[in-house]
Design a protein. Sequence first.
Length: 316
Amino acid sequence: MNKVEKISKFVGSTFSVWVLLFAIIGFFVPQAFVGMKANISLLLGIIMFGMGLTLSAADFQEVFRRPVDVLIGVVGHYLIMPALAYFLAIALQLPPDIAVGVILVGCCPSGTASNVMTFLAKGDVALGVSVASVSTLIAPIATPAIISLLANKWMTINTQSLILDIIEVVIVPIVLGVIVKALFKKQAAASVKALPLVSTIAIVLIVGIVVAINKGKILETGGIIFAVVILHNLLGYLLGYLFAKMFGLNLAKRKAITLETGMQNSGLGAALAAAHFNPIAAVPSAIFSVWHNISGSLLATWFAKREEEPLFRKAD
């Protein structure tokens, strides 16, 4: 293992620490990030390009080998998280911009770190990768459609613009990554070893930028945003687990679907919010980026100790 691989592995294994650190720096030293606002979409594109470099036919074999399991995961993700966001926004009477920001992050595809958490949880990684891949590839249709359906209670949504943006910052980089991998297999295989480092840098910069440009709003409304993000994430895990259990899936599959449901591509949420809405709408995505990596790590550690045991024991 060379030096770059060692650094990349270390940074990847301490991901949540770096996200939290850059969020703190963005808050207390905002001038370090404010000038980088225009680079949010570029940074997300780099992450998605890296995802394209890692995709293979094997990632989609599960779709054809066990389509029902993958369908449960994808439907659960796009059903549970948007619905939770909508009901939390109404129940907590969130201001319009924050409500839209919460719904936006709820409508995003699975998070880029969810597969890592599934591996750490000793879950069904192949299923998790397939759910994440499919949810990402259908995001240009699913995400704008659900946002338009749920968020129009608070403001008018330009669905066509959202679709084009998601294609530009998600699908195009993924396709380019797949093409580069096909044309330059040896070089692509070598570069993949540095992806945890590159992806971590891109994600923490997005978090730092969003926190920096919204410092004032966070001071005003940070408490309610933190509360709704934590509720959204934890309820997403719980309902994701119960949704998978309802269909009789085994524990390894339930672990994968739980993490794929509760962890969002909050970088995409931040990029879309910064481009289409009031900057404060990006704050739920930024806080989600910090929180879901912490909660995901803790849940994965807890899950890893459980092998085919019921999550909820019946009373004696």
